[in-house]
Design a protein around this ligand. Sequence first.
Ligand code: CDT
Length: 322
Amino acid sequence: MSRKTVLAAAQLGPIQRAEGRGVAVGRMVRLMEKAHSMGAEVVVFPELALTTFFPRWYEEDLNRADHWYEHALPSNETAPLFEAARKLGIGFHLGYAEKTPDGRRFNTAVYVHPSGEVALKYRKVHLPGHKEYDPVRKVQHLEKRYFEPGDLGFPVVRAPVGGTEANLGLLICNDRRWPEAWRVLGLQQVELVMLGYNTPSLNMENRGFEAHHLRVEHSQLSIRAGCYQNACYAVATAKAGTEDGHELFGHSVIVNPQGEILAQATTWDDEVIVAEADFTRCELGRSTIFDFARHRRPEHYARIVEQVGSEAPPVWRPGQSS
Ligand code: CDT
């Protein structure tokens, strides 16, 4: 049986604070139709795809932020996405802010099968930024205020994608920079990682210099390394452009298990890129250099799970035997 499918990243240009979900959903349906016309069977939308990247705005009273969250999926406003998927026979990944019936708030992503069923759900583990208003920052990044860390771990599921099946995993934005997250997916034989991001073009922490061009480089370096070291494909999709006066970079990419970029967005606006995936290509890395069963040495990795922050090493000086 062929294990090929066509993957799409459906990059979104900016969504302004004043724009309602209907605007974003309309644009996303058009992108889904475009992806379908380009042969795609899976479409990946960005993180928090339905609204502006609201964690840049400080809100004292969290209850007054409720309008940024989805309280049900689908809802009347998001139903057109599910209908389009069904009509086109296309699966889609959606990032959104989730408020649960018991009042918990997560930065969440789902993979939705064309039937409209949620095949996989993930809640962002690595929340960047801060919880309280930070006067040093040029722009706030309040993910730690608006969300609690995900409680679902890093699940992988084997599910239909197009005419085949694949082992699917999800990461969200900042997660892509953490090799531990990729490895937990790799240990479950992930073959396709879907991830969305909202990344400012400039480092807004204002605590040191980071060259502009390296922002994109660091994003792609992380995704390419994650794919290579875990023998999987990734579709990484940006929300891009100037949103509420603040710039997010684009450069959405589709990456193969060798860590090569197969397709890359060239605008900072709504744009679809596609690439063919052949999941049999995940077998080379998985059965040779990254054959985990043969080569991993977890007895030496205890620090990874026992320690959070780094510790200074012991000091050695000349004349002191080791
Ligand atoms: N959305 C998200 O996770 N963005 C971060 C920016 C961190 S700046 C505090 C990222 O890693 O791209």
